[in-house]
Design a binder for this molecule. Structure first.
Ligand code: NAP
Ligand code: GCO
Length: 267
């Protein structure tokens, strides 16, 4: 067997949701490097145009669509358009996500629902929309972007933790329900990654010192640093490729070792 060839995504169509920048963009770039044709979406045309320009700057011809992943009709319309204009989706990455950091007893139910809608209901809607064609084609790959919060809780992230914990179980259920159709559904659980989503946790203090959460995360991470979005590229290509054909229902934590570590003793 040619093991390296097994990682190739040549001829595959990969749809990465919410991938104009951040983790989704880095995953798409890695998949393009591995040979895949890239499809992404964002909620507005100007954001899609910005995304297309960012891909072009990397030498990637990406296909961008306007679509809010919480809107089932819009998702179904985009799936039809992708099938017509690019091809059947072979690889889906449910990446689009939001977080609201609000203490639970101060959080309005509508804010809680919105996080669940984007981070949990949308991966259900988008997966449901692509699975039938994958079944017909004889297989496919779904990668759900989970979180440390698929395992842990912390102050202010009740909705996000509930959604990402649910996404871990949706991952296992898709694997259970559609594994017999040669569909592999796995999750990636990024650690703390430097993207716009986590920028408020890394903001410098008024006196120029590091944010206490920034110091906390670095001390909790054996790697001694925040992750970069590009750290997720290799794991994503692996889970999208034939190299992982017998890996199903797993969450691959890419966290610099956080989950293995009890944490540094305060000095
Ligand atoms: P980000 O920088 O905030 O990017 C999130 C992307 O999702 C943006 O492109 C955003 O589009 C898009 N999006 C949000 N709601 C959407 C909707 N309704 N429809 C379509 N697209 C939508 O976040 P990130 O840090 O790259 O995170 C990407 C994923 O990884 C998320 O699921 C996040 O929860 C997860 N994650 C992040 C970290 C981390 O440390 N950064 C760790 C673990 C997991 P706009 O252009 O409209 O903003
Ligand atoms: C937070 C962070 C996290 C990360 C990530 C960790 O406020 O704790 O935003 O939730 O974004 O999901 O894996």
């Amino acid at each position: 067997m040619d093991y390296i060839k097994n990682y190739s995504l040549d001829g595959k169509v990969a749809w990465i949701t919410g991938a104009s920048y951040g983790i989704g963009f880095a995953i798409a770039k890695a998949m393009a490097d591995a040979g895949a044709t890239i499809v992404f979406n964002d909620i507005r045309q100007d954001l899609v145009d910005k995304g297309i320009a960012a891909y072009e700057a990397e030498g990637i011809k990406a296909h961008g669509y306007v679509c809010d992943v919480t809107d089932e009709d819009a998702v179904n319309a985009v799936v039809s358009a992708i099938e017509k204009e690019v091809g059947t989706v072979d690889i889906l990455v449910n990446n689009a996500g939001i977080i609201k950091r609000i203490p639970m007893i101060e959080m309005a139910a509508k804010d809680f629902r919105q996080v669940i809608d984007v981070d949990l209901n949308a991966p259900f809607i988008v997966s449901k929309a692509v699975i039938p064609a994958m079944m017909k084609k004889g297989g496919g790959k779904i990668i759900n972007i989970c979180s440390m919060m698929s395992e842990f809780g912390r102050e202010t992230v009740s909705a996000y933790a509930a959604a990402k914990g649910g996404l871990k179980m949706l991952t296992r259920n898709i694997a259970s329900e559609y594994g017999e159709y040669n569909i592999q559904c796995n999750g990636i659980g990024p650690g703390y990654i430097a993207t716009p989503q986590t920028a408020p946790l890394r903001e410098k203090q008024a006196d120029g010192s590091r944010h206490p959460f920034d110091q906390f995360i670095v001390s909790k991470t054996p790697a001694g640093r925040w992750g970069e979005a590009s750290d997720l590229g290799g794991p994503a290509v692996f889970l999208a490729s034939a190299a992982s054909d017998f890996v199903n229902g797993q969450i691959l934590y890419v966290d610099g070792g956080i989950q293995a570590y009890i944490g540094k003793q305060p000095s």
